[in-house]
Write a protein that binds this ligand. Structure first.
Ligand code: LLP
Length: 426
């Protein structure tokens, strides 16, 4: 059951009226259901019960400390792509020994810190990265646990910006190049081969690309075995899609059946790196209508939330369902409207051509906003980023206060005479 439901005419997140959240914390606002995140985590692990597995939540999907803390308490591991994400996991009480470190551009400093705290595995994406990791680990007198991220050259059939498993993408190591690199890693004292990894894209709504990728990975696992290189784990990345509009993504049970069916008798631990699937549907973005505007017969709701708060529609043309929070029986005339923000770009919209009845001052809920919402927010147009709230049952708590202008300006300074004269030609 989705955590957002209409009760007595008003949209609620769990048992809290969204109107109450907006009054308490202001808008624009992100609100997350703790129970929905926990339910998804439990459903995922239950689907793989009977096979050794670990969920490493992809922190990038929603890196709020309270979300990480909740998942850490449930027993999740974490998939990180930066030193910043690693520190977030540690501050939230996550176990570094459950962390896999992904990403194509790991710096020396990030490798050092990850080795120091003892991450479970580096998902290495290139020969150059393997060289660097070998050198850093040797210098620190450590053995770096590694897995190679292989690019299986599979079409994930998703938006091109979030498709990662094709050979033209920057991600991973070609299947053909992997055995040599594995041999090299296995023969290097400062490296310890642990597993194999792939991630072919995000918001996948079909099973066949996952299965095709797994088949290629399994063929590689067999080649490596015949070379005497045994792996402890197979990391299948994230990517399972959710329903934003009319999509019909596979159920977690169907996903598990497809994967376990392919594995046969293999007993390597399965790692997964789900992000969106765990948190997207748990989140709602609340925004208030500032103005109702009509231009040449086109209707606009100008709201206080914008592309800097929720970038997905502007960046990917993503569709998020938008509903008026208040009682529909009390609402005025339904119009076809564009829901737009105050930012000075025509790409600043949250939804176009929507059927809504709303007046200035009304509250709107933008659904399925728990993943890649706040995490992609910016200060564009010098807007303060929204607050974030966690809801459980009838309780709610601020988990990130709204930014202030002082927060934004704290890192900047005026030149104030410290440079002599304006540059030539100024
Ligand atoms: N593992 C790796 C290595 C990844 O690159 C990603 C996502 C994940 C796991 C998690 O994928 P998920 O389960 O969330 O699909 N900003 C985009 C999505 C970018 C995904 C990037 N990588 C969006 O808003 O749709």
């Amino acid at each position: 059951m989705l955590p957002v439901q209409r009760t007595c005419g008003v949209l609620h997140l769990e048992d809290v009226a969204l109107t109450a959240l907006a009054e308490c914390y202001g808008t624009p606002l992100y609100a997350y259901s703790a129970s929905a995140i926990a339910a998804r985590y439990r459903a995922f692990t239950a689907a793989f019960e009977g096979h050794p597995h670990r969920l490493c939540y992809a922190v990038k999907a929603n890196s709020n400390l309270a979300v990480l803390e909740l998942l850490a308490k449930l027993g999740a591991g974490f998939d990180i792509v930066s030193g910043g994400e690693l520190e977030r996991v540690l501050r939230a009480g996550g176990d570094p020994g459950s962390v896999v470190f992904s990403g194509v551009g790991k710096t020396v400093a990030e490798m050092e810190r990850a080795l120091e705290v003892g991450v479970a595995c580096f998902n290495v994406e290139s020969a150059a990265e393997l060289d660097r990791l070998e050198a850093v680990a040797a210098r620190l007198g450590r053995r770096a646990p590694v897995s190679l991220r292989v690019n299986p050259d599979v079409d994930a059939a998703t938006h091109p910006y979030i498709s990662t498993g094709l050979k033209e993408n920057k991600f991973g190591i070609p299947v053909a190049a992997a055995p040599d690199l594995y041999r090299r890693a296995a023969a290097t004292p400062s490296l310890e081969v642990r597993g194999i990894d792939c991630h072919i894209g995000s918001q996948l709504t079909r099973l066949d690309p996952f299965v095709a990728a797994l088949d290629r990975i399994l063929a590689l696992v067999e080649t490596l075995e015949s070379d005497g290189i045994a792996l402890e784990h197979i990391d299948l990345g994230g990517g399972l899609g959710v329903r934003y509009e009319e999509e019909d993504p596979p159920s977690i049970a169907a996903y598990a059946t497809a994967i376990l069916g392919r594995l046969g008798n293999r007993r390597e631990t399965l790692l997964f790196e789900p992000g969106r699937w765990l948190v997207a549907e748990a989140g709602v973005f609340l925004t208030r209508v500032e103005y109702v505007k009509e231009n040449e017969g086109r209707h606009f709701l100008v709201v206080d939330g914008a592309m800097n708060d929720l970038l997905r529609p502007a960046l990917y043309g993503s569709w998020h369902s938008i509903e008026a929070v208040g009682d529909p029986t009390q609402a005025g005339k339904t119009e076809t409207v564009d829901v737009v923000g105050p930012v000075c770009e025509s790409s600043d919209f949250l939804g176009k051509g929507r059927q809504l009845a709303a007046c200035a001052g009304d509250l709107l809920a933008v659904h399925t906003a728990g993943a890649y919402g706040f995490g992609m927010a910016s200060n564009y147009n010098s807007r303060n980023r929204p607050a974030e709230v966690m809801v459980q049952g009838n309780r709610h708590m601020l988990v990130r206060r709204r930014e202030t202008l002082d927060d934004q300006l704290a890192l900047e300074r005026l030149v104030a005479g410290s440079l002599d004269a304006p540059p030539d030609g100024a």
